[in-house]
Design a binder for this molecule. Structure first.
Ligand SMILES: [Zn+2]
Length: 187
């Protein structure tokens, strides 16, 4: 199987695209608070706390435009580590990231890793692609809905934005509606 179509590659591609979504959102809504952004089957999502701002599918074209614009400046994912105090300063008033930093650092015992691409940095344990400027082109935002932090209704309701993301070989043949069928073929 060619490297660009392996399960691991697709998973890293889609998670990298979640970084790109968050970078675009933070440019457009600098007061948004970031939570998590994993890859999932056929794509990715990212959870945000937008405060009182309501995000809808009508916002997708401008987010996607910003994602394409930023992707051109992303040559790689560069890793660095911070201790938990330094790491928390990266996210003022963000209880979600602070909770994750406590967890990843084992309550401050270990350093945590960050990845920087272009001007955007985020706490992350890794699994990205090389050359994001070339690989992150074939994505589409799909839907937006509420999602509780950590999946518990006792927690804050966040805004989850889902996207689809293909490798080059898949994209030219499909629309967002056909993506499931196509990506099953791709795998
Ligand atoms: Zn990451």
């Amino acid at each position: 199987m060619p490297k660009q179509q392996s399960q691991e590659y697709l998973s890293n591609l889609r998670h990298s695209c979640a970084h790109l979504l968050a970078a675009a959102v933070m440019e457009l809504w600098p007061n948004a608070k970031r939570a998590i952004g994993p890859s999932i089957e056929n794509g990715f999502y990212f959870d945000f706390d937008f405060g009182n701002t309501k995000i809808s599918e009508a916002d997708f074209p401008k987010i996607e435009k910003k994602m394409h614009e930023l992707a051109k400046t992303w040559k790689n994912f560069e890793r660095h580590e911070l201790n938990s105090q330094e790491a928390k300063k990266e996210y003022p008033n963000n209880p979600y990231k602070h909770e994750m930093i406590d967890e990843f650092s084992e309550q401050g015992k270990k350093k945590v890793s960050f990845y920087k691409s272009g001007a955007y940095t985020d706490l992350c344990r890794g699994g990205h692609i090389d050359n994001p400027d070339k690989a992150l082109k074939y994505f589409k935002l799909l839907s937006v809905a509420g999602a509780y932090w950590r999946g518990s209704e006792k927690n804050q309701m966040l805004t989850r934005i889902w996207g689809l993301n293909w490798s080059f070989s898949c994209f030219p043949r499909v629309s967002a509606r056909d993506s499931l069928c196509c990506c099953q073929k791709e795998l």
